[in-house]
Write a protein that binds this ligand. Structure first.
Ligand SMILES: [Mg+2]
Length: 573
């Protein structure tokens, strides 16, 4: 049916004219022929059905659409071509007195309209020029709104629209659908150390790699920061395909990135939510994929996780606990317990270890193991350690004179504490603020916390030790047990972990380890404290082995300060 009415000569603007009336089509062609400013190549088809194979086959610069085609309403025709050719300029043609129709077409995305028969003053070429310019501008705006400028991927808004459409489609057809969220590890470190530009180039390269492993490239979005989203449908959304794709995407991100001469290893984590099992609307799917992502981030590097109801319950419980803990810090529900440390040679208390407790209004006393790991995931741990440090130092001041001989107080520090650049200043604030002698303060840190960032740890340890505080290695023997750091770090005391002491009377291996630890520590001029002493036999044996001090239920349980003072008095200090 297609009939080409071609204007000869120069490169032409390709126009698809959809017009059932041969006379009107002829008039339009003739009018464009008379135009000297531009050449036109007009392809005329009489119906939408005839138009579709043509515009699917090759691009057109402009569509001219009659609003009175047989078998369809004008608005249906506009919606059809706007859907199929969203970026092509569209001019509609109406009869006289069809203003309402014309306005309806403009509202549905046409760029301009002309009234048939009113072709004076070169109106058609002008309308074509205007429609092209207007559409170019619209396309630019759409690009800015719908595409991420850094990566060229689709934006969050467009992704959410596509997700909504896909959910509607999947609801009708029963097709599988999944949302996958990917976040980068160590991205913040990259921007913090190498700057914003390197960060942006990195994101761009990550997008390229994701596109390489993802067939539906128009369904990858950058949501914000270092977070990407992918929408998978059909066979790609089966559990096996999702697992395979996740592995592929994570491997692609694991490969080093070469940005501006820096070789960067970042890695990523993925959370997945499937429709309808994990949610039936877009926000539910995104929220649940995010829950799974949160869980994947906590696991080892390069892992992916599917959303489950159980995961959601765990996360909700954690969020609830975190909220309660935040209140607990504000409402002074935290309190210090103190466990005496006893000099094994003299039998007298030589110090206390501070152990924080949460006095929950309904649940009673909560042990630190139930809330400190959670607090460590946020800045809450810093508030808790500030409280512990200040309260311990204040209490220590009250006990001055109660104790004969040297007496110290040891504070448990987390890896997060030691990674804070201002940890030393915060410690000094507690010491100076309470007027305590810094030589009476000890910091306990586990081997694994030391090893998380040994460089920063060495600096912080040195600062704290220069101020007079002592450094204890806590739970010795359970972490990395890298012996080389013992000689390199500024340390004072090793605390042998309770697991070696509990069965020291019957387990020959643990006796050997405890003996070796004591000898090693002494050879390095360090003192030794044994944790978890529960019987007189254990205390006597450790004393014989040369262990300097001990703590455990045999001597005393951790106790509030009101009980500690009478305890020390009973010990005849
Ligand atoms: Mg400890």
């Amino acid at each position: 049916m297609a009939q080409i009415l071609e204007h000869p000569a120069r490169p032409a603007l390709n126009i698809l004219l959809i017009e059932d009336n041969e006379g009107d089509a002829f008039l339009i062609q003739e009018m464009l022929e008379k135009t000297s400013s531009r050449d036109y190549s007009v392809l005329h088809v009489p119906t939408l059905e005839n138009a579709e194979p043509e515009y699917r086959n090759r691009p057109f610069n402009v569509l001219l659409l009659d609003l009175n085609l047989p078998g369809t309403t004008g608005m249906e025709a506009v919606e059809k071509v706007r859907h199929d050719l969203p970026t092509t300029p569209l001019i509609v043609m109406t009869g006289m007195d069809d203003d309402q129709k014309a306005i309806g077409a403009l509202a549905r995305g046409a760029q301009d309209y002309i009234v048939k028969g009113q072709y004076a003053n070169n109106i058609l070429p002008r309308s074509i020029r205007y429609a092209i310019e207007r559409k170019q501008f619209e396309n630019k705006v759409i690009e800015l709104v719908h595409f991420d400028r850094t990566t060229g991927l689709i934006s969050r808004d467009l992704f959410m629209n596509r997700l909504e459409e896909a959910i509607a489609g999947a609801g009708q057809s029963g097709m599988d659908l999944a949302v996958m969220l990917l976040s980068l590890r160590r991205f913040k470190e990259v921007t913090a150390t190498l700057g914003h530009d390197v960060g942006q180039k990195l994101l761009k390269t990550v997008a390229v790699r994701l596109k390489e492993c993802f067939m539906q490239k128009d369904r990858i979005a950058r949501l914000e920061g270092d977070e990407f989203a992918m929408l998978l449908t059909g066979d790609l959304a089966s559990p096996e395909s999702l697992a395979a794709f996740s592995g592929q995407a994570l491997r692609a991100i694991e490969r080093p990135f070469d940005i501006d001469g820096h070789s960067l290893r970042i890695g990523g984590s993925i959370g997945i939510a499937t429709y309808p099992a994990c949610g039936t609307d877009k926000s539910e799917l995104i929220t649940h994929a995010d829950t799974a992502l949160h869980h994947a981030r906590q696991n080892s590097a390069g892992s992916f996780h599917f959303y489950t109801r159980k995961l959601n319950e765990e996360l909700n419980a954690r969020i609830m606990l975190e909220r309660e803990l935040r209140n607990a810090v504000r409402q002074r529900q935290l309190l210090n317990y103190y466990q005496p440390i006893v000099d094994l040679k003299t039998g007298r208390p030589c110090g206390v270890e501070t152990l924080v407790r949460w006095q929950h209004p309904e649940k009673g006393i909560i042990q630190p193991g139930a809330f400190i790991p959670l607090a460590e995931k946020s800045d809450l741990i810093l508030e808790i350690s500030d409280f512990t440090m200040h309260q311990s130092c204040a209490d220590l001041m009250e006990w001055q004179g109660l104790v004969k001989g040297p007496f110290y107080m040891s504070l448990n520090c987390t890896a997060r504490d030691f990674q804070q650049l201002d940890f030393y200043e915060r410690l000094c604030a507690a010491i100076v603020g309470t007027n305590v002698n810094s030589c009476q303060v000890a910091l306990e840190i586990t081997e694994s916390a030391l090893m998380e960032d040994p460089k920063q740890a060495v600096q912080t340890l040195a600062e704290c030790r220069n101020s007079g505080a002592s450094i204890f290695v806590d739970d010795f023997g359970t972490g990395y047990s890298s012996l080389s750091y013992l000689s390199r770090l500024p340390l004072d005391v090793l605390k042998i972990d309770r697991s070696f002491i509990t069965d020291i009377m019957t387990n020959g291996h643990n006796l050997v380890i405890a003996t070796a630890t004591i000898n090693l520590a002494h050879a390095l001029s360090l003192k030794v404290v044994a944790e978890g002493i529960e019987s007189k036999e254990q205390a006597d044996l450790l004393k014989t082995l040369g262990c300097d001090a001990g703590q455990g239920y045999f001597f005393a349980k951790p106790m509030p300060k009101e009980e500690l003072v009478p305890w020390m008095q009973r010990c005849g200090t």
